[in-house]
Design a protein around this ligand. Structure first.
Ligand code: NDP
Ligand code: MG
Length: 387
């Protein structure tokens, strides 16, 4: 297998799974963006044929002598695409963050590979095109995102026609129960402090704004071929039920496990087999209650944007994702406030020139345009909040 984004949170959890299942899984290649020391350490441990750094500066700085002799160190997006489509790779675990992950997944699907997809932004930007490509090439997309893995597991043996609705669970993030007035001045540090999951910074901010769930609604729409009206969200602070599927007869199936990405990663890699692995198990002796409540859509404005983009399709996902990535980066750089993220995404979506059936190039152009619009919005925004 190849792991794209091996130095991230999902990437390192993936390598934990690979280390625990050496008789099933072997690493042909790894890719990272900038963390060359960690990449070298992973190469010494897993001995891949190839390792790629996509950040040219990191590639220049990287000390070749700490990489094993048998690993060829390459640079750039083309090398990632070559790895993703290489003959010795059966499965690509796509764990790059953001729309930057689209190219590698696209190359893998074009080559007919199985993609274990953590990088939800790929489906948010171009779900229709990506799933269409997979179907044409006989390639498979298996979900790694925990909610979608839960739905995939519950759906085994059924089709979309059997489903009345899917209900994605959301932890509610660090600001669950807070009012919009409270959130106007929250800090980057507070937003990065997630109560149940340990993840990379971008998705952690997305969880705090609930934009993560908005992106997951769009992800579910394309992954399972369900229209937006059959997708719902419920807040579940314990993060133990990873989603529900309600069937047309009224029966509801769910998948439960502690919040530990190693389980959905492993399931995507061993599917359909279930084997013992490193993920934490539920402790039935200490489990006392599971709670649920409705999301506060008036405070967490991003959620509506996800439902809207899932219903409209076309360029909406690419624009929403590009705007959100740029706005999260601006928030992390302390250029805009926390609530500005959803405000700015709303403004960019409303201003965009909607195309209902764009080609891939149109999606990439929409993504670039949205990022520029965020930069413009940041410069000229109404000063409602101090970062
Ligand atoms: P991290 O930020 O922890 O890791 C991101 C990885 O992508 C790193 O290996 C990083 O390299 C690499 N990367 C960053 N920028 C680029 C770029 N421009 N081109 C190529 N590679 C790049 O993210 P996470 O692991 O948290 O998330 C990865 C994906 O999985 C996201 O799409 C996220 O939404 C999804 N996901 C994550 C979950 C989690 O628990 N973390 C749960 C469900 C989904 P480097 O570090 O070397 O710079
Ligand atoms: Mg998720």
């Amino acid at each position: 297998m190849a792991v794209l984004g091996s130095t991230g949170s999902v990437g390192t959890s993936t390598l934990d799974v690979v280390a625990a299942l050496p008789e099933r899984l072997a690493i042909a290649g790894l890719s990272a963006h900038s963390k060359w020391e960690l990449l070298a350490e992973q190469c010494r441990r897993f001995r891949p044929r190839v390792a790629v750094l996509t950040d040219a500066e990191a590639f220049q700085r990287a000390d070749r002598s700490v990489f094993p002799r048998e690993t060829e160190l390459l640079c750039g997006d083309d090398a990632v695409c070559a790895l993703a489509s290489a003959p010795d790779v059966d499965v690509v675990l796509a764990a790059v963050v953001g729309a930057a992950g689209l190219a590698g997944t696209w190359a893998a699907l074009e080559a007919g590979k199985t993609v274990a997809l953590a990088n939800k932004e790929t489906l948010v930007v171009g779900g229709q095109q990506v799933m269409g490509l997979a179907a044409r090439r006989g390639a498979t997309v298996l979900p790694v995102d925990s909610e979608h893995s839960a739905i995939f597991q519950a759906l085994t043996g059924y089709t979309a026609n059997d489903v009345a609705k899917v209900v994605l669970t959301a932890s509610g993030g660090p600001f669950r129960g807070r009012t919009a007035a409270d959130l106007e001045s929250v800090s980057v540090e507070q937003a990065l402090c997630h109560p149940t999951w340990k993840m990379g910074p971008k998705i952690t901010v997305d969880s705090a704004t609930m934009m993560n769930k908005a992106l997951e609604v769009i992800e579910a729409r394309w992954l399972f071929g369900l229209d937006a009206g059959r997708i719902d969200v419920i807040v579940h602070p314990e993060s133990i039920v990873h989603s529900f599927v309600e069937f047309v007869d009224g029966s509801v199936l769910a998948q439960l496990s502690p919040p530990d990405m190693r389980l959905p990663i492993q399931f995507a890699l061993t599917h359909p087999a279930r084997v013992p692995g490193p993920a934490r198990k539920l402790d039935w002796k200490t489990l006392t209650g599971l709670t649920f409540c409705q999301p506060d859509r008036a405070t967490f404005r991003g959620l509506d944007l996800g439902f809207e983009a899932a219903a409209r399709g076309g360029t909406c996902g690419a624009v929403l994702n590009g705007a959100n990535e740029a706005a999260v980066a601006a928030f992390l750089a302390r250029e805009i406030g926390f609530l500005d993220i959803a405000r700015c995404c709303r403004a960019v979506i409303d201003a965009h020139d909607y195309d209902p059936a764009p080609p891939l190039a149109g999606l990439l152009a929409a993504d670039r345009w949205a990022r520029q619009e965020v930069a413009r919005w940041t410069r000229t925004r109404p000063r409602t909040a101090r970062p």
